[in-house]
Design a protein around this ligand. Structure first.
Ligand code: ADP
Ligand code: MG
Length: 412
């Protein structure tokens, strides 16, 4: 599965992103290009004649009589032309631009044949498409697994959306009726914050579970997000756990054992468990890999996104070989996608090319609402359910649920 992850040759025809120093930025020119957000929108302006479409257009002909001023359209790289002032609206009271109909000089606002039949707008398109996506989601609630599916959300890079993905998928699934447990395994405690659970240093947390054998039942808290969503918080004490774990018996298995006991004893079984990892490949992350059956890797659609991925994958293979034969990379989620840049699209293509089976069709867009939500101690699902970010995470949750867990030996 992961063996196909090979460093491509330096002279490969298609540029590779972040895979090697020899596929450098200058040579591949990833960052220089931009495109307009929605393809086909440029037709809202007068279409230039001739082959050089990026230059100044010829004036529209046919409908103007006398004294008309040529409509000038410039396409500015990286700027959506639909946001530019319309060239089809001549300035009112502009004596240089009279348009004559019959004998009465008048001003008309619609002088371009290219836009006269165009009633659509990008905003209308987006609203329509989102409402279709919403109704599709309403009609296809995510299926519930028979046995708990335990995911580790991991990527040793920081700031790629691990925590955001963990809490939003968890909240989306809980909203859809699943019982979900989030284990915050990052000393920063961001997942605990986003789920609105108490993680002050005096609170018993995952640290005590790992280091002092406290049962999970004693530390788990219900999230404010949903009665179906629980969280094991992380406190600042967890920062020392990497070192303290080193001298403990079965140091890689401690989370697995505690979780097995808890999942077997809990009266109301969970459907999903998500473990939010710290941005490192230390003992905490190894504990998460050993406790889980599935790995979900969020990848930020930026340059360098794929650097370090091969190291992550080879670590997962080592864990699979020595500690947890059931472990599989079951999903890759593209996050913070910015459709105004070619780079984001190129990263997405590159990831899909290498991981066609694992990469989810759903892509999470970069969205202000998603980044605002944690400051209110919320996920975007509860903070702004109708936002595009919430919609995308709900779609990702449904897609994840619809994909059955990978068939592996020794499954829980
Ligand atoms: P990680 O857990 O991998 O370190 P986070 O989930 O904490 O990453 O995300 C890093 C930052 O990016 C946070 O400030 C978060 O709010 C922001 N962020 C994550 N996803 C998005 C998104 N889709 N749109 C905008 N901001 C995002
Ligand atoms: Mg995090």
């Amino acid at each position: 599965m992961t063996q196909g992850w090979e460093k491509p040759p330096a002279n490969a025809g298609t540029p590779r992103l972040g895979l090697a120093a020899d596929a450098g930025l200058a040579a591949t020119e990833y960052t220089s290009g931009h495109r307009a957000p929605l393809s086909g929108r440029n037709t809202a302006t007068a279409t230039p004649r001739g082959s050089n479409a990026s230059k100044i257009s010829d004036p529209p002909t046919g409908s103007l009589t006398g004294g008309e001023r040529p409509a000038v359209v410039r396409e500015v790289p990286g700027v959506a032309t639909e946001h530019l002032p319309s060239v089809n609206t001549p300035p009112v009271n502009d004596s240089r631009n009279p348009v004559t109909v019959g004998n009465t000089p008048t001003v008309t606002v619609d002088v371009s044949r290219e836009t006269s039949t165009n009633t659509e707008s990008p905003l209308a398109d987006q609203v329509l498409s989102e409402s279709q996506r919403r109704s599709k989601l309403e009609n296809t609630p995510p299926p519930l697994p028979v046995k708990p599916r335990v995911f580790t959300v991991s990527n040793q890079k920081g700031g790629v959306g691990k925590t955001t993905t963990t809490v939003n998928l968890a909240s989306a699934l809980a909203r859809a009726g699943a019982r979900v447990l989030v284990i915050d395994l990052d000393p920063q405690g961001n997942a605990s914050t986003a789920l609105g659970v108490d993680h002050r240093s005096e609170r018993p947390s995952i640290y005590e579970v790992l280091v002092a054998d406290l049962p999970i039942a004693d530390v788990v808290q219900q999230s404010r997000e949903s009665p179906l969503l629980d969280c094991i918080p992380a406190t600042i004490h967890l920062a020392g756990a990497e070192i303290e774990l080193v001298s403990l018996v079965a140091r890689e298995q401690r989370l697995r054992r505690a979780l097995d006991v808890y999942l077997d004893s809990v009266p109301d079984p969970y459907h999903y468990v998500f473990i939010d990892c710290p941005p490192s490949l230390g003992l905490l992350t190894i504990n998460a890999f050993v406790a889980a059956r599935e790995v979900l890797i969020p990848i930020q659609c930026e340059y360098y996104a794929l650097e370090g991925l091969s190291q992550l994958l080879s670590n997962i293979q080592l864990i699979e070989k020595h500690l947890n034969p059931a472990l599989r990379v079951s999903a890759i989620l593209l996050t913070m996608f910015d459709n105004r840049t070619n780079l984001a699209q190129q990263v997405a293509n590159e990831v899909r090319e290498h991981f066609p089976n694992q990469t989810l069709n759903t892509v999470i867009p970069r969205s202000v609402r998603v980044s605002e939500a944690p400051s209110y101690g919320q996920t975007v699902i509860s903070y702004d359910f109708s936002s595009t970010g919430a919609l995308s995470y709900r779609e990702a949750a449904t897609e994840l649920a619809q994909r059955s867990a990978p068939k592996t030996a020794g499954a829980r």
